[in-house]
Design a protein around this ligand. Sequence first.
Ligand SMILES: [Zn+2]
Length: 265
Amino acid sequence: MGKVSISIYTFFKYSEHLGRKDFSESVLKDIRKGRNGYAGWKYKSWLKTSLDFINKRNTTNIKYPKIKNIDSECKKIINRELRKVKKFVNQDLFIYVFPINDDFIIRKMSGVSGMTINKDTIYLEIYPAKTWKKELANTTIHEITHLITGYHFNKPCLVGEALIHEGIAENFRESLLGGKEPFVEALSKEKAMKIFKEIKSLLNKRDTENIHNKIFFGTGKYPNWTGYSIGYYLVKRYLNKKFKSKNIDWNKLLREYPNQMLLEL
Ligand SMILES: [Zn+2]
């Protein structure tokens, strides 16, 4: 455990291609097939779809700022954060950092968004907004936590698991870096728990894209980020119950089955 290699690739030099037809093609030429496939995807065409998605979110007219040393600055921050959690990581990690020029990410997420692609690959998307460095640290820890817990990659994920999955990532991140992320504060604790009661019958249902988007991304009747808030408060409750929030055994907790946690709540 802990002896893992970490590869970080940055693609800021393609920021001026954002919003242009040649964005994905240009980046594609820069990514070779490796141990993690095509940047985490099995096929090159899937990677292309993923890059097209990043490019599609070029929703502002703001010119992407040129920041000297942004590549090395990013790597420095990511490596610094990874050192804090490396002892929990069992697999080699591949991290890809792309420029993004998305209005919502700039305004609501301090310019940084992240996602896990598979069990060893993370994408981070960055617009250097005012507090992007701090947010990069937060997002790095959040996403790495998903790779550490990992369970949702093995089988169809259930709605209840997805809630816990996000809740663990945010509570773990908070324990290391402090502060609260906007997607956690989207709902008050009371509101979050009220909606949790409403969606109880869904907990053992498969977390399909349709359901996930309704619970996590506001495409249905619940506000955007509802699932993140619910997950955060559920796991917080679990931590208070089990550890009185002190001396939390994260190594054990990060390996725990989310369904077991749900049962004990
Ligand atoms: Zn997450």
